[in-house]
Ligand binder design. Structure first.
Ligand code: HEC
Length: 95
């Protein structure tokens, strides 16, 4: 995976959001499957208008209001918003 990040940086693209691990799930007290779903949704729904956002792109206390806005723009339904928000907040703890 490391070479991928290097290639992304060299080409000036944003590296993809990190893949959640069991350690992330433990630390955040969230099931790993939910973190993976959140990441998948982020990749599928949030990269249309700008680069796919990364967990550190907004301060922790800014994400909820930002998600109010972006979930409407992305047309999220049901649990999708919650899953994405949960993923970015859980992964942000890792930094
Ligand atoms: C329909 C287009 C569109 C979609 C889809 C979209 N965004 Fe955005 N996003 C924008 C625009 C436009 C801005 C910058 C201007 C603004 O803040 O209003 C932005 C800005 C952002 C920022 C930076 C905010 C800041 O304060 O710097 C983040 C983070 C973000 N979006 C996350 C997301 C996430 C997460 C999703 C998926 C749920 C998403 N966006 C989907 C249009 C979109």
């Amino acid at each position: 995976m490391k070479w991928l990040v290097v290639v992304a940086l060299v080409w000036g693209c944003t590296p993809p959001p990190p893949i959640a691990t069991a350690a992330d799930a433990d630390r955040a007290h969230v099931p790993l499957a939910e973190l993976s779903q959140g990441r998948d949704l982020l990749l599928q729904r949030c990269g249309g208008c700008h680069d796919v956002p990364r967990p550190g792109d907004a301060a922790r206390d800014k994400w909820p209001a930002l998600m109010d806005d972006m979930s409407q723009r992305a047309g999220l339904v049901g649990p999708q918003r919650h899953l994405i928000e949960q993923y970015v907040l859980a992964m942000d703890l890792a930094r």
